[in-house]
Design a protein around this ligand. Structure first.
Ligand code: 4NP
Length: 155
């Protein structure tokens, strides 16, 4: 199972989601599960995650300093089985690059894993204060926990 986390800049929400997932994949010993992240924009390609994201991850025992920003490309639909997006703008940007219905079916808002059908967005913390990052962490952690436990049950 290859999972891709997608946000706008790939320096705040999706790198944190990747770090959280990697930790849970290890914790639950989920073999054959891989996670990566990307941004729909190219603003931060090659950059480390935002310092505030690195800090909140570290506070929760997760090291994301080795991650580097990259842009989502249509060929990601070939490699990934599931593409979780953070908000509605990511959803339309990624969906616009789908080549067929199978591609489209891979894409969903991440928070639909904890509140199915509600289409809630993970708020963009980039322009917000520090609390924004803790709030984002809690949302991502809850969603990732749900995803890994349901994958574990299917193993
Ligand atoms: P992210 O946050 O999509 O969660 O990585 C953002 C990062 C950078 C920008 C916007 C959102 N930016 O405009 O540079």
């Amino acid at each position: 199972m290859n999972i891709l986390m997608v946000c706008l800049g790939n320096i705040c929400r999706s790198p944190l989601a990747q770090g959280i997932m990697e930790k849970k994949i290890k914790k639950y010993n989920l073999n054959n599960t891989y996670v990566d992240s990307a941004g729909t924009a190219d603003y931060h390609v090659g950059e480390k995650p935002d310092p505030r994201t690195i800090e909140i991850a570290g506070k929760h025992g997760i090291d994301i300093t080795k991650q580097r920003g990259r842009q989502f490309k249509a060929h990601d639909f070939r490699k990934f089985d599931k593409i979780y997006v953070m908000d509605h703008s990511n959803l339309s940007d990624v969906s616009a690059q789908a080549e067929n219905d199978d591609d489209l079916k891979k894409v969903d808002l991440l928070l639909n894993s904890i509140s199915p059908g509600e289409n809630r967005a993970v708020p963009d913390p980039y322009y917000g204060g520090k609390n924004g990052f803790e709030n984002v962490y809690q949302l991502l952690d809850a969603a990732c926990e749900k995803i890994v436990t349901s994958l574990k049950q299917k193993q």
